[in-house]
Design a protein around this ligand. Structure first.
Ligand SMILES: NC(=O)c1ccc[n+]([C@@H]2O[C@H](COP(=O)([O-])OP(=O)(O)OC[C@H]3O[C@@H](n4cnc5c(N)ncnc54)[C@H](OP(=O)(O)O)[C@@H]3O)[C@@H](O)[C@H]2O)c1
Length: 314
């Protein structure tokens, strides 16, 4: 099958598309998806650089990618809730070997990570949703967002931010977010009540007594500055230092790191919001699954200024 592989950790030129990569097989509880679109997430370039090598025990060649949208072409014998021909999407579980990611024509996916693509989404739009959308939903739940809660979502124009703003509004919260000036109108359209141009203003200049912070940029101290006593902060992009943990204890603030748990039911909830026109997909750019396409997509995600999601079409 066609797949983008890396044979070593390194820069984006390690990514090469080949046409003779072995296709995955499925077990009794899995379906085989013919992928028509995937997306690029920051974890992809971090993994490519080897920054996650302590977390993953991979054997080269490695196929990166954690977002799947496509059609089921085979099902395992225990699978009853999905059938051949259905359009599905998923944030698949991590493959321990690293050999079968979503930058490929086919992927084996556990059914408990799958959901059906709503009719009002193309496969390219669907590929934008699983990893970033599930992360936003799960972190907002963990932050106990609800009606009237004040939440800061850092990097509102990013892959996670675009979903988090909209989901926090659906949960009834008051939402502040940080962006470059050129993205203020975008996040306001998504529902943000307060948009801070982080190049001009510190969050502490505008915000105080917040109930929650979703930290996507590693500004844990800044987040704690604006939290009320009893407020919660989750970071998805940094680890907590002993000093930060101590400070949180002293100030009665609850801080934690957060990791997405792939979950088809959560993805189905996102699909339902999309089907009801309650959740918009914002696409930054699209590339083909070619060597130059995948390398360009990685250059774009490494710019740290993607506006929404980066899609790879097969
Ligand atoms: N732990 C997990 O399970 C998990 C899951 C998903 C993601 N993550 C992590 O979460 C982070 C965000 O992911 P993502 O997909 O949202 O990334 P992304 O799409 O690459 O984020 C790009 C956005 O970041 C914004 N940005 C850059 N620097 C900023 C700053 N100093 N302040 C505010 N905004 C800033 C840019 O906005 P402007 O162009 O407007 O400046 C851009 O829109 C990454 O580190 C990723 O690895 C972790």
């Amino acid at each position: 099958m066609k797949a983008a592989i890396i044979k070593n950790f390194g820069d984006k030129t390690e990514l090469q598309v080949v046409s003779d990569y072995p296709a995955p097989s499925i077990n009794d509880d899995q379906v085989l998806v013919a992928i028509s679109a995937t997306s690029v997430n920051p974890i992809d370039y971090k993994a490519r650089q080897g920054l996650l090598s302590g977390r993953f025990q991979w054997q080269f060649p490695v196929v990166l990618g954690w977002d799947v949208a496509g059609e089921i072409i085979a099902i395992g014998k225990n699978v009853t809730d999905f059938s051949i021909g259905q359009r599905v999407f998923a944030r698949p579980a991590n493959d321990v070997t690293g050999r079968f990611g979503s930058y490929a024509e086919f992927m084996a996916v556990d059914t408990n990570q799958l959901a059906k693509i709503p009719d009002n989404l193309t496969d390219s739009e669907a590929a934008a949703v699983p990893l970033a959308g599930e992360t936003a939903l799960q972190m907002l739940r963990a932050l106990q967002i609800g009606p009237g809660k004040k939440v800061l979502i850092q990097a509102g124009a990013g892959g996670v931010g675009i979903f988090a703003i909209q989901l926090a509004k659906l949960m009834g919260a008051q939402v502040a977010t940080t962006v470059s000036g050129s993205n203020i109108a975008l996040v306001q359209q998504l529902g943000a009540d307060i948009a801070i141009d982080y190049h001009k203003h510190a969050i502490q200049d505008t915000l105080s007594d917040y109930d929650a912070v979703l930290d996507t940029i590693g500004d844990i101290d800044g987040g704690m500055d604006i939290l009320s006593s009893g407020g919660r902060l989750i970071t998805i992009s940094a680890s907590l230092s002993p000093e930060q943990t101590q400070r949180a204890q002293n100030e009665a603030k609850i801080i934690a790191t957060g990791w997405l748990q792939p979950n088809g039911q959560d993805l189905q909830q996102l699909a339902d919001y999309i089907a009801n026109d309650q959740l918009k997909i914002i696409i930054d750019s699209q590339y083909p699954l070619t060597t130059s396409g995948i390398q360009a997509a990685h250059a774009r995600i490494e710019s740290h200024h993607a506006r929404g999601k980066i899609i790879i079409n097969l």
